[in-house]
Design a protein around this ligand. Structure first.
Ligand code: UDP
Length: 236
């Protein structure tokens, strides 16, 4: 597969076309952003760590029967993926209250949510990714009912697989964000799964080992990601 031209450059990844219209190359950069791009920094090794982390997690999810766009690692910072027609919604599952849920509903960080809860956000930087519901998605034509149902089903299926995986490494999967797209009419998991898009706490101490280290200026951001990788049996 030959890497061709730059298609799109997001806040942390760049996307390139290939000589096959069904596939793209994702490049994981060191750029790290938070607060809708208001805080931006380059963190050494982050691109490499997230690329390998994502490959590891996507492979575990594929083993569990969850369709993903991931094909193979191409280099330290690049992966080959299927080219999806992206659905402009972020699916968030929360096992424990944190982040925007606490700000919105005035609940304390750390409150266990049983059953886990599900939220949809519209991908729109100018509007700060507002929370939306399924009726909005339907009325504005962002996704069809059957696709929303499938995204929800897959997002919860991911929770089952990953909660166990992280628990075995002494980590609590607090929440995470997934994005989906269509490939030949089928809903497929796209984007990435890395500590940039989820919250992971040490189950014993509550230490944060995810992007909240960056958001909150705690330092040791990539070191936190590497600690997670080590605990789930990844080699970097
Ligand atoms: N998240 C993300 N990208 C976004 C917004 C949220 O990856 O644009 C992730 C975030 O890392 C967390 C989960 O989705 O794991 C829920 O985020 P939340 O709604 O609490 O927003 P935040 O506190 O990050 O503003």
């Amino acid at each position: 597969m030959e890497k061709r031209e730059l298609l799109y450059s997001g806040k942390a990844k760049s996307v390139y076309t290939t000589d096959d219209p069904d596939f793209m190359v994702l490049e994981f950069r060191n750029d790290t952003s938070a607060f809708d791009g208001k805080k931006v920094e380059k963190l050494d090794r982050k691109g490499l760590v997230n690329n390998k982390f994502n490959a590891f997690i996507m492979s575990k999810l594929a083993d569990a029967g969850i369709p993903t766009h991931f094909e193979q690692l191409l280099s330290d910072t690049e992966s080959l993926v299927k080219r999806l027609d992206m659905i402009p919604l972020e699916c968030v599952v929360r096992n424990v209250a944190a982040g925007s849920l606490c700000r919105r509903l005035g609940v304390e960080e750390g409150l266990a949510l049983d059953p886990a809860t599900f939220e949809l956000f519209l991908k729109n930087d100018d509007l700060g990714d507002p929370m939306v519901n399924e009726y909005h998605a339907r009325s504005f034509g962002w996704a069809e009912d059957v696709h929303i149902a499938r995204m929800k089903e897959l997002t919860f299926a991911v929770n089952k697989v990953l909660k166990e995986l992280f628990e075995a490494g002494g980590l609590t999967l607090v929440d995470y964000k997934l994005e989906f797209g269509l490939f030949r009419g089928e809903v497929i998991l796209g984007d990435e799964f890395s500590p940039d898009g989820c919250r992971l706490w040490d189950s014993e101490t509550g230490e944060k080992l995810d992007k909240d280290r960056f958001r909150q200026g705690l330092g040791g951001v990539v070191e936190g990601y590497e600690e997670v990788a080590r605990r789930i049996g990844m080699s970097l």
